[in-house]
Design a protein around this ligand. Sequence first.
Ligand code: DHB
Length: 305
Amino acid sequence: MHSKLSVELAGLRLVNPTMLAAGILGMTNLSLKRVAEAGAGAVVTKSVGIKPRTGYPNPTIVQTDCGILNAMGLPNPGIKHFAKEIQEAKKTISCPIIVSVYGFSAEEFVKVAEKAEESGADAVELNVSCPHVEKTGSEIGQDMGLLEEVVKTVKKQVNKPVFVKLTPNVTNITKCATATEKAGADAITAINTVRGMAINAETAKPILGNKFGGLSGPAMKPIALRCVYEVYREVKVPVIGCGGINDWRDAVEFMLAGATAIQIGTAIAFKGLDVFQSINKGIEAYLETKGYESVREIVGLSHRC
Ligand code: DHB
């Protein structure tokens, strides 16, 4: 049975196209459950690696005019501990649970992804795009050879769908998308945060403990929308839109650009968890007004105009 809002994403069935983006409220079973109960069609965890990491010194977050800059430094308890959270989450959450994975080598990505799969993850999302942690993240996503190696190696060992989250901090995102698809990815998430920084005029110093961080929120929406549009044109695998989606209209625009599903992150910080329900209601009303039977009909529609 398909409802108007349901979508299929690399073999996963989502009752609606909204997903929790990686990095926010995704570190415990209970916070994931809250998001699922608020109406998300799927949830993505905070990125997890092989070993526990404390992350960067404070300040790790700073608000800017139209968004948030953050440099947490990939803090996480490590996959061994996190496996328990995934197992618990699987018992009570009915929507798909996607585990965001990072590593400092292809082998590390594989180990974490395998353990995530074993613990019940419905899919993994490879974070090859964190904009400021050295030797991982965008240092992988910006290097076609490394990107292909990581995706290929994970695909060889993991049976569940493998999503790959791309960085916008490249000259040509379509080249990354094509390489990712060729390496076997089942879906592409576009995009991770834009590398940025903030400086305090009074102290004359960079604000973030790490100096550089990732910009999220409304400021990056036009960049993310353009990336989804460009990636959709180049690949056959589904595209997941992410970046500055704040209300139902943003969500619809991303779907028109080619997103099968959309991820919400920073909007939760500004609007609370009601944002999932209000986006879903808004999409449904839009479909009704425009006379569409299903949200699936609008995916990529702007390319046909
Ligand atoms: C962090 C990771 C990311 O992938 C990102 O986009 C921003 C911040 C972090 O943990 O610091």
